[in-house]
Design a protein around this ligand. Sequence first.
Ligand code: HMG
Ligand code: MG
Length: 305
Amino acid sequence: MSTAQYPARVRLIDVGPRDGLQNEKQPVPAAVKIELVHRLQAAGLTEIEVTSYVSPKWVPQMADNHEVMAGISRQPGVRYSVLTPNLKGFEAALLDRPDEIVVFGAASEAFSQKNINCSIAESIERFAPVVDAALQAGIAVRGAMSCTVGCPYEGEVAPERVAMLAGLMKGIGVQRVDVADTIGVGTPLKVQRAIEATAQHYGLDTISGHFHDTYGQALSNTLAALQMGVWNFQSSVAGLGGCPYAKGATGNVATEDVVYLLQGLGIATGIDLDALVDAGAFISQHLGRPSGSRVARALLAKRAS
Ligand code: HMG
Ligand code: MG
């Protein structure tokens, strides 16, 4: 088999500082989050999801959004994105000049209600003015689509639901979208169906894969998406993460593991795996637990021997 069927390069968005840390019970100091962003960009990440502008009552860990955004030393060529669920969040984010904002919807009604306290239709009504305001301010807009394969409350999610959400996102001007397997239940063919459904409305260059690794399928799902030509992926250094409104869901696929996979396939990422492992070791040490990345654990053990 040749590597010709795979993209020549892949762009990774590290969502560790946001998706990765949002669910941590102990407050992580802003200085640690800032240091993590610095280490990620030093390792070659060109897109970093830094924080979210959501209700601190809902997600206390992200209450330091301003402090974190103000504290990072921005590197040219790096895109810093933040989550904004409504105009209130967008207006707060605007003061911190993100390069991209992310509106986040769900392909399942129940998850939409639990996560952002409104229906899918209402969420699109809330997002529309946010998207308009962002584009007017010259800020890029991404749409996260949660539960595109399965939902913690509704079970399996049909590809038609994903196509519907992607169409709604497209309709309000969202420039690119994430196909998220929020609870990590997907397997390759199911994930491919969710991507196909999204591709009814978005070109492959504007679709990214966002796979959680709860059932250990995230790398297989990444490979399946690569085989379709998807070349943007979200991952989390050290496999950090979990969603507060998706009980039991573990972290995103570890960035280190994805980089190792891509290196093995001869696909360029621009990321220095050793520096990335160091970034993962830094945050894991702060959190007081071993890295969730198999690759990082293997490489750290090799270094130590
Ligand atoms: P709500 O209660 O329906 O909002 O929450 P509301 O407009 O009725 O306002 C209620 C209170 O919240 C008011 O304050 C507002 O000021 C405040 P009070 O008067 O009671 O003191 N409020 C806000 N405060 C700060 N920032 C805001 C904001 N908006 C209202 N933007 C809301 C609606 C969306 C705010 C709420 O449900 C919320 O914050 N949810 C958190 C959602 C979240 O962050 N989830 C995790 C991220 S999604 C995810 O992880 C999935 C993803 O990774 C992809 C995947 O894996 O699937 C993206
Ligand atoms: Mg996520």
